[in-house]
Design a protein around this ligand. Structure first.
Ligand code: ZN
Ligand code: ZN
Ligand code: ZN
Ligand code: ZN
Length: 292
């Protein structure tokens, strides 16, 4: 019963935050809670995690599509809702299941933040453009009409694995958790220092982000998988160089990628901190019992 009560409290503590741009809501990583229970030996255990309803979609797994919000009525293509009649897209928080995955096991992909794709920023996702004052639409030169690129970091699965610790993030030792926290802190500093820039400086920004993710990739495998697909994606975006405002667009595209990677890192920092706190409490208890 206590456990159930804790889960109810948890619902209240999972605040939702809206992104600055028109994007689906995300859970605030700093506010994530992961309840524990103390067993009859005094050991702190993770409370069971089951049937936690997703607040992003109220459990339906679907939300109103915000990708094609600003498209004209004649738009036929949306990479998210496919312009289905109800214009409903898969909820990125729960990956469409209606239930939250245990944050100790799963986290939104650092490449797409749960979208399963990178939106083509040259056409805004519509897949078509009116080039040079033309009245007719042309296929977007970057995405060739698709409006997006499948995320190569999660391969479209939206949620990915946490830090690769032994035996797992939830049961790792105080020492290993502390080490992983050092890695996450260093990565957050390195990624945070990147100033996304477009035009001549785009490749330098991309390289800096890939390098930071690669460095942390030994502890966080999804970050290791981020570099190549991100570089490929940016290669497509550079095909929009011919258009006005392309440098600014490139900078914004890199800023989005930076934000996704930061989200993953912040989520992991929070979970590692919680796991570290638990491991420390249990190590202290073990030490006391030995002393008796
Ligand atoms: Zn949901
Ligand atoms: Zn849509
Ligand atoms: Zn496009
Ligand atoms: Zn992804």
């Amino acid at each position: 019963m206590t456990c159930l009560f804790r889960l109810v409290v948890l619902f209240v503590s999972l605040f939702l935050g809206a992104e600055a741009s028109a994007q689906q809501k995300v859970l605030l990583p700093e506010k994530l809670e992961r309840p524990t229970v103390t067993d009859d030996k005094g050991v702190v255990q993770w409370a069971p995690w089951k049937g936690v309803k997703c607040q992003g979609c109220s459990g339906s797994g679907k939300v109103k599509c915000d990708v094609c919000d600003r498209f004209g009525d004649d738009a036929t293509n949306c990479p998210d809702c496919k312009r289905s009649k109800e214009r409903l897209a898969v909820c990125r928080i729960c990956a469409g299941t209606g239930e939250l995955a245990d944050p100790l096991d799963k986290v939104a992909c650092p490449g797409c933040q749960g979208a399963a794709f990178q939106l083509c920023s040259v056409c805004g996702g519509g897949g078509r453009l009116k080039i040079g004052g033309a009245k007719q639409w042309s296929d977007c030169p970057s995405c060739r009409g698709d409006g997006a690129f499948k995320c190569g970091t999660c391969n479209g699965s939206r949620l990915v694995e946490p830090a690769a610790l032994k035996p797992s993030l939830r049961e790792a030792s105080v020492k290993d958790l502390a080490k992983a926290i050092t890695v996450v802190d260093a990565a957050l500093t390195e990624v945070g220092a990147i100033e996304p820039a477009g035009g001549d400086k785009a490749r330098k920004s991309v390289k800096a982000l890939v390098k930071a993710c690669d460095t942390a990739g030994g502890t966080f495998p999804p970050l290791k998988r981020l570099g190549k697909p991100f570089e490929d994606f940016m290669g497509k975006i550079y095909a929009g160089k011919q258009f006005q405002g392309s440098a600014e667009n490139e900078a914004n595209t890199i800023a989005n990628a930076k934000k996704s990677a930061e989200y993953y890192l912040k989520h992991q920092k929070r979970m590692l901190d919680l796991a570290h706190k638990r491991a420390e409490a249990n190590a202290k208890l073990a030490g006391e019992q030995k002393g008796k």
